[in-house]
Write a protein that binds this ligand. Sequence first.
Ligand code: SAM
Length: 264
Amino acid sequence: MATEHRARKRFGQNFLHDQRIIDRIIDAVNPGEEDYLIEIGPGQGALTNRLAGHCKHLDVIEIDRDLAAEFSKQFAEDDHFTLHNVDVLRFDFTTFPRRNHGYRVIGNLPYNISTPLLFHLFGCKDLFADMLFMLQLEVVNRMCAKPGSKSYGRLSIMTQYHCQVEKLFPVPASAFQPQPKVESAIIRLRPWKTPPSPADDPQLLESVVRTAFSQRRKTLQNSLKTLLDKELLASLGIDGTRRAETLSLAEYVTISNELNQNQQ
Ligand code: SAM
């Protein structure tokens, strides 16, 4: 950076400065000459400078005007680089032309918007070949969690519905400047071409899951009673006295597909 930048808390700015961690992330991305990359939150360029020039095209999305100004200077002459100085939550990814192999998304994400951002990306996941993110360790654990565990919930189910999930490695707080108060981890997501348990209406699936987990400690027949009764649950082979965190993704899909049929 040409000028000194003071990290902005409201934008979740924790900049990577540990070269070994940066190397590991770049190795995990392994950018190819033909890849179309999208980096979310390039910040001061810790990853960006290692990705630019090693791919067909790099789009970066950065909300901070001062940081964006540095990129527009640095890459003014580069036809393989496009800066979008916008809020990624408002960014319409479907304006990008479709690519045969899909875009590859990378980001050391701002932790304060991680859940809405993940859902925003799931909404247009067909555009993406894969996504590699740094997130709060606790969020990564929730995304990977299996039924029966404490971390299992809406984020686990909807992440695993949309993507194949792979937790790669932890990253200590000391790798960042300023240091965050939490530990972090790298996760890779590969959107399914066809989900293993396809939902007729993924929005309805999400709403069933949200309702079930809104009262996590209640039995399913209680938390879902506005949607279906225990007899209908039983006819699907699901005991209504079970709790939300014990059901598999496939069982949630069964419930949501049944509701969808009943609504037709
Ligand atoms: N990639 C850099 C690195 O690894 O050092 C910076 C990562 S920092 C954790 C998150 C970055 O996301 C910051 O540059 C921040 O300004 C940017 N950011 C925060 N909220 C954003 C939003 N809503 N849309 C786009 N960028 C955002």
